[in-house]
Ligand binder design. Sequence first.
Ligand code: ADP
Ligand code: ZN
Ligand code: ZN
Length: 628
Amino acid sequence: MGLIVAIADTTDVPADKLKDALAVRSQLAPLSPQWIALAGFAAEYYQRPLGEVALPGVPKNLRVTTTVALDRAIKKLAKLADTHDPAPVGMPTLNPEQQAAADAIGGAQGFAPTLLYGVTGSGKTEVYLQACAQVLAREPAGQILILVPEINLTPQLEANIRTRFPGVMLATLHSSLSEGERMLHWLAAHQGQARIVLGTRLAILASLPHLKLIVIDEEHDPSYKQQEGLRYSARDLAVWRGWQLKIPVVLGSATPSLETWHHALAKRYRKLELRQRAVSQATLPAVKLINLEHDKPRDGLTQPLIDALKLRLERGEQSLLFLNRRGYAPVICCESCGWISDCQRCTAFMVLHKGEHKLRCHHCSLEMRIPRHCPTCGNIDLQPLGRGTQRVEEGLQAMFPAARILRIDADSTRRKGSAQEAFDTVHRGDVDILIGTQMVAKGHDFKKLTLVGILNPDTALFSHDYRASERLFAQLMQVAGRAGRTAQTDGGSASEVLVQTRYPEHPLYGAIVRHDYDRFATALLAERAQAGLPPYLYQAMLRAEAPELAKALEFLAAARDCVPHEGITINDPIPMSMTRVYNVDRAQLLVESPSRPALQAFLKEWMTRLREMKSRVKWSLEVDPVDI
Ligand code: ADP
Ligand code: ZN
Ligand code: ZN
């Protein structure tokens, strides 16, 4: 099964390699030339073969299913598509800022990239929905694509769209659909029946013949970047698609990515602002820094945080503790000889999972029983070092035996549907203290939450990755934004965020206290400009992996010298900071240029040469890399 992307009279492909098309799926409308051009652009920009972009863009079942089954699916959709009244129901009255933003988006014509910059809880969702209503009313067949970072974490949005637009067919596209569902939803989009398509990053490649508006919610979120195979940025492709189709693209966030902020400051993107929380009397929480040097923690919690938790428990309000580290303890060690639980296959520690009596590597999934004594010196007193979510949970249970405590992280939500159940429990109010990783930071509208405690955020301040502070800032603003989303009731607590840190004087925390994204982002951009970093510079990263590091480095050194590269900086090959994963050593080579076209031209030639080298080392290229 293949795709016909163009028809030519002549070809360089040898005749014995050519195949006839035996049959064509004629019951399907062809993919539009615009869609083929999108796939072509992505393939060229990210330096991958067209087939690798185009084929995964089409659901697998469409390729393997029988004609009869396909006909049945098409008939089923035709029946479902019978009702078609795009009028929304139960829309709330927007506040003036929201209304102005919705009108600006809904009424925009032509290519109009727009940053919707609104503080957490400012009601960005209602702006999207109102803008959607306007587009649906104006464009009789118009389709809208809404991208979200992770659909399982944003079920509220899907439910909202369904109740507000009961006459509109909604298709969802994300990785937890079954193949059968995926084909049906893809077809609904491709045939124009679904007027709204809600999906994760992969939905950016959906076939949408009447696309009139693209919305990217939480546009700063790292999950818009695919981290394997075709390493594309769904956000960047969305903007390209908007430019191609001459339609508005909305990028929504309380903490925009620096790339987007940079475009907004340079007026290439229009900036719309929502300065206030949407619910009247709901205010941004007061952020306080607790100096760990002065307030020594007990079970990871300082006294001010313990007192604040007590107060919430007495008042029947919810608290959230954020700790971006799962497991019980990141490592166990022997205090007499200094042994620590390294992974044998990776440059990483084995994490203690106490409940399962196991050590587990979070990179290669190697598991082993907790040793009874030190493997080097025989000491039987092995100690957990540091603190993960499970250990904090244990400490909380001992401290507050009557409290209903729930932990949400990748371990507690492994079973399908369990994350959803856990979040429902929180929304129902059946939880007093919620403890979780970045899974709890995103987008949730928890109504009874008045306290957020942030444990241990400091490590990211000193990362070798220049993007770490941007990410930490966004994450802390997002998690802080979960507090105080409804009006403070009589006798209720004012919402607050307590950050436990060793570096309370760090400017990043100062900006969090002031809820000051603007100044922080603008300062970070100035630093990037001075240091010559993106978005002022364009990068690509060549990575190589081999059983021995020397082989990987050798390949990269050969790659560095194999083509002339005027105007392009090629750095020295270096081992990746986590060098070894699953018995494979990894190294990288960073390529930079102040000119995107120059970099693109170089990469094209370079890739051809590298493929010709036919090295046995496994390598891959990432354009606009995010993890340096
Ligand atoms: P954001 O995505 O900007 O963080 P949400 O869209 O989740 O914010 O909105 C925050 C809360 O405000 C939600 O509970 C939402 O229902 C409510 N809300 C939004 N707009 C309005 C409005 N115009 N009137 C009343 N409530 C609103
Ligand atoms: Zn020992
Ligand atoms: Zn490992």
